[in-house]
Design a protein around this ligand. Sequence first.
Ligand SMILES: NC(=O)c1ccc[n+]([C@@H]2O[C@H](COP(=O)([O-])OP(=O)(O)OC[C@H]3O[C@@H](n4cnc5c(N)ncnc54)[C@H](OP(=O)(O)O)[C@@H]3O)[C@@H](O)[C@H]2O)c1
Length: 434
Amino acid sequence: MGTSVRSVQPSRPGPAQTCKVALVGFGTVGSAVARLLLARAHEHPFQLTHICNRNVQRKKADWVPGTVRWTDDIDEILASDANIVVELVGGLQPAYDWVRRALESGKSVVTANKQLIAHHGSELLDLARASQQHLAFGACVAGGVPVLSGLYDGLAGDRLFKVRGILNGTCNYILTRIEQLGASFDEALKEAQQAGFAEADPTDDVDGPDARAKLVVLARVGLNADVKPQQVLCRSIRDLVTVDFEYAHDLGCTVRQISRAELRDGQFFAAVEPALVPQGSPLASVSGGQNMVMSTGEFGGETVFSGHGAGGNPTAVAVVSDLLQLLRYRSPGAQAPDRPDARPYEVSGDFETPHYLRFVVKDSPGIISSLAGILSKYQINIDAVFQRPGHDKAALPFVITLEACKTSRVETAIAEMRQFAFLAQAPLRMPILR
Ligand SMILES: NC(=O)c1ccc[n+]([C@@H]2O[C@H](COP(=O)([O-])OP(=O)(O)OC[C@H]3O[C@@H](n4cnc5c(N)ncnc54)[C@H](OP(=O)(O)O)[C@@H]3O)[C@@H](O)[C@H]2O)c1
């Protein structure tokens, strides 16, 4: 998309100058950023000048100095002498318009908004470059874990071809609770909501769009791939039940929501879905609201980043680290982490992996041979069949694991299996990540 920019006088501060910061959005992260900036005021050159939020009167906090101006008018921020706007409102609108306008009016922007960067990152980075300003977004992925700067700077010497990780703390918390307590999905979700780990509307988290936005940002920074969120397959964790963890344990695995992207033979593969991960994998050790990203490079092999994926303070640290990073970038238009040459790809979800298929059936003779017949028709090899004792014959769960094959082939076989009257529920498929 082309970018037209008004002629502006860049407002980059000099080394010894005070750098004026306007905060837009004073919620969980915004208020934590304000506290952090104020707590370390004598250690850095930032001066918090404005706080902008809708209905701002109710937001006013007595710990904020009287020199800070409170406003609910974004135009006041844009017309101010603030050098950097920190956008912590979230969502696509009005954040998109405000970030655009801030860059156009000669201000750099720091944001923690993964949806904004996943959907409009490319265009906004172009605009920042053209405006000779900076757009930093280190807090967008994995909250307080410096994974974007790690991939962009720390691993710049490698050629990365794979990133995968646990990018949504809400899903991880829910799955951990189902595993630990034998709770149902609904019970675990309710507990997560009561503990402050899940929103009242958990759709973005449990159905995958939140992790998908982060994966798109990771793919851009780590794999130099320019893809859109809607290109990436997302599958929900809602269908998981305790018995899936029991069978996963029998297989030496556990279940996690895994976001993965991979470049192979010039093709780009990506998906966000529940998957079996071996107990020995670092991914299996991620519990509660923690996040983890594993990258793989041609030369350096595997690198693991982990820590607090969310929360006001860890995310505020990432935001303030971005502010400090902006001060270090002196050359006009230099961006971090930017990929102006990011390459667009078609995205395939057709990974080749072993698979876990869980069936719940009304027990009767011949079930395995009917299912095996369809698998054989599509040249899919069965690895093993597991049936734990003690279940009700009217809703009997059992598992078939498959040798590595294309996901699309398994999906076709499952679609054909749906005709069987003995199925009490639709089959559940998960990849097994070895
Ligand atoms: N929370 C985390 O752990 C975390 C971690 C990583 C990244 N992030 C990202 O950080 C950003 C902020 O998240 P948050 O958790 O701080 O959200 P939040 O607690 O909901 O805060 C958002 C703030 O923005 C204000 N706001 C929303 N829409 C507005 C509008 N149209 N005009 C003016 N003000 C508006 C809200 O005001 P009201 O009080 O009126 O709603 C609220 O004060 C999001 O992009 C999020 O994805 C959050």
